[in-house]
Design a protein around this ligand. Structure first.
Ligand code: ZN
Length: 162
């Protein structure tokens, strides 16, 4: 038996003022996405903004449903919209933020495993990693290059692609 350890790396910014202008702008775009969140059940709004090579910004917000599993996270709403509408436009970065009146958010909201797996597919598809910015409004920002930092054991099997 060999005991193994994985280290992940990401940048921890104390506030949005520490970000470069491009990243700061995208975080603020993610805040705009919150307004279209449909979250009457959790009352937890999530917004995502994805910047493409063309300069286009695609928004996503969580879309809940009374039949709970029928809803979808903000990140996948945005990423699937890109796949459907701009399949040849590469993703440069994604910013994700959240908001709720139920409690105070002090740390960035991290994507669920399913969204990380979908991000991994997007990176594979465009053969290029992208930046992931997790923005806590009035709090810290965590930034990583590539989804592997947040999901080191993501599923991928090249042989399934034929
Ligand atoms: Zn998710």
């Amino acid at each position: 038996m060999i005991k193994k350890e994985i280290n992940i790396a990401f940048d921890d910014f104390g506030s949005i003022d520490e970000l470069n202008e491009t990243d700061r702008e995208l975080c603020l775009e993610a805040v705009k996405a919150l307004k279209n969140s449909h979250s009457p059940y959790s009352k937890f709004k999530v917004g995502a903004a994805v910047k493409l090579t063309s300069g286009k910004i695609v928004y996503g917000s969580n879309q809940e449903n009374v039949a709970y599993p029928s809803g979808l996270c903000a990140e996948r709403v945005a990423l699937f919209a890109i796949g459907a509408n701009y399949p040849d436009d590469k993703i440069i970065s994604i910013a994700i933020t959240a908001s709720t009146d139920s409690f105070e958010l002090k740390l960035p909201t991290t994507p669920c495993g399913a969204c990380l797996q979908v991000m991994a597919e997007s990176e594979k598809k465009q053969e290029q990693e992208f930046d992931i910015l997790l923005y806590c409004i009035d709090g810290p920002i965590w930034k990583a290059r590539g989804v592997g930092s947040f999901l080191p054991f993501l599923f991928f099997e090249d042989r399934l692609r034929g």
